[in-house]
Design a protein around this ligand. Structure first.
Ligand code: FE2
Length: 265
């Protein structure tokens, strides 16, 4: 089976790119499972039920998240009725939302999906992601799953590479998100786990991590700081990885980047 993992969907342009490209990609590349990071899906920062449903209609099966998941008012309540998204498992125990998701794909099997948040250079208060994933994996052991996919939403490449080795042989794939910049280190780790430090983002191409470039340049050059506005016109980048997985043998066959430019006319 093939699993498509899409990096951080940023704002309206990211959602438009998904709606335009994904149905064809899923059919053409025979994708059985599509997971996407939703941390910036609404307006560039945060998540809403409406934007999740919009992208779900474009055939994303499940959403991971990150530090911005509860930035938009009301989503802490809405998430309780949304079984297709997970919040970072290492958020503190009083946080709403599920620590992990289980997706039943019939004959292909049942798959576990986990979001984790890094702590290096990230201000959000969270528990240790390493100790948390130990606990989550011990809970998932009882579920007789055909695969486990973990999104590590983290800033530091060192923390992500360390987590890759920590989980090598224990999960099907550990993919990084959050920086919005794709890395060129897709590989299968020594004990069989598919790994990439960062998938990159899906959203405005001619912008700084999705934010209007003039604003970010101003904020580096001037002491007069301007509020971020997300770019929502022009070309978009679609950043993803495709994992080829033999779910019967529990063996990853390959992990490859799939990056596309979407011309939004
Ligand atoms: Fe993030």
């Amino acid at each position: 089976m093939k699993i498509l993992f899409i990096g951080d969907i940023v704002g309206r342009l990211g959602r438009v790119a998904i709606a335009s490209l994904l149905p064809t990609i899923k059919r053409g590349d025979n994708i059985s499972l599509c997971i996407a990071n939703s941390d910036n899906i609404a307006g560039g920062r945060g998540v809403t039920a409406q934007t999740l449903r919009e992208v779900q209609n474009a055939q994303v099966d499940f959403f991971t998240s990150g530090d911005h998941i509860f930035d938009i008012k009301g989503f802490d309540n809405d998430i309780k009725n949304l079984p297709f998204i997970v919040r970072p498992a290492n958020f503190t125990a009083d946080s709403p939302g599920n620590e992990y998701g289980i997706l039943d794909l019939g004959k292909l099997g049942r798959f576990g999906i986990v979001s984790l948040l890094g702590r290096t250079f990230i201000k959000t208060n969270s528990e240790c992601p390493f100790r948390t994933i130990d606990r989550v994996l011990s809970e998932l052991e009882r579920e007789s799953l055909s695969g486990i996919f973990v999104d590590f939403h983290a800033e530091a490449t060192s923390e992500k590479v360390a987590m890759g080795y920590y989980l090598d042989g224990r999960v099907t794939a550990l993919v990084g998100t959050h920086t919005h910049i794709p890395t060129a280190d897709c590989r299968i780790l020594p004990k069989g786990t598919a790994f990439v430090s960062d998938i990159g983002m899906t959203g405005a191409l001619n912008a700084v991590l999705g934010v209007k470039k003039e604003i970010v340049i101003n904020n580096f050059v001037s002491s007069m700081q301007k509020k971020f506005l997300w770019e929502d016109v022009g070309e978009a980048i679609f950043s993803s990885v495709v994992i080829d997985y033999n779910e019967k043998k529990g063996r990853v066959l390959s992990i490859k980047r799939m990056d596309k430019v979407f011309k939004n006319n």
